[in-house]
Write a protein that binds this ligand. Sequence first.
Ligand code: MF3
Ligand code: CO
Length: 264
Amino acid sequence: MILIKTEEEIELLRQSNLLVSKTLATIAELIKPGISTLSLDTLAEEYIRDHGGTPGFLHYNGYPKTLCTSVNFQVVHGIPSECMLKEGDIVSVDCGVILNGYYGDSAYTFAIGNINERVAELLRVTKESLYKGIEMAIEGKRLGDLGYAIQNHCEKAGFSVVREMVGHGLGKNLHEAPEVPNYGSRGKGIMLKKGMVICIEPMINLGRKEIVQEKDGWTIRTADFKPSAHFEHAVAIGKGKADILSEFQFIEQAEAENAYLHHK
Ligand code: MF3
Ligand code: CO
């Protein structure tokens, strides 16, 4: 069953997702070569609790941390560790919170210093594809239209779309119906209605689309060990226009001001 949220619920979801965005912006200020993903996790947990929220991923199905930090060939669900980020890495930082009973969930992939040119293209195209999907997050469009828009944009650039992992509805639960694939056929799938709230989260690989799960039971990596990128927004379906509940502006501003993150 796909829940339709009231305007009040959408405002609460906006607050939750804004807290996620501000947490990710705090990370964008401090991320640099030599910092461990575990220290980013500690920072995120503190920031969330200081702002009245609870980490949304911590203990979710037994997940052990506040963030998912997926480095280079890790796709999603990487577990923060003592491992240090280094120049040339990319890292997807995925963050969830619960605030006033509603979940926020958003992710952003950072480049640590100068990265390979093709990898930089992967980040750019993956982020663009998220917005191509968001353009389809309006009443009357179908999930297949949304998936097609993402898939078409990424495959045109020579990248591949992960199939097994998908976006999802968001509300009082982290994962609600419907599943939101990042691939699809135009005109297929369920029709979107105003008031549905979904997380759109393309996971795009530089090489082949195949993934495998690491022995830790969480980390998903590419089968060919080539890099993967991941961006996620929470979006309320509107009439004629999608309402993006998370916010990359804080993150992008912090990223631009962080001297350690200069892109080529
Ligand atoms: N954004 C991810 C997802 O929607 C994060 C979930 S991590 C988990 O699947 F630990 F909470 F499962
Ligand atoms: Co999600």
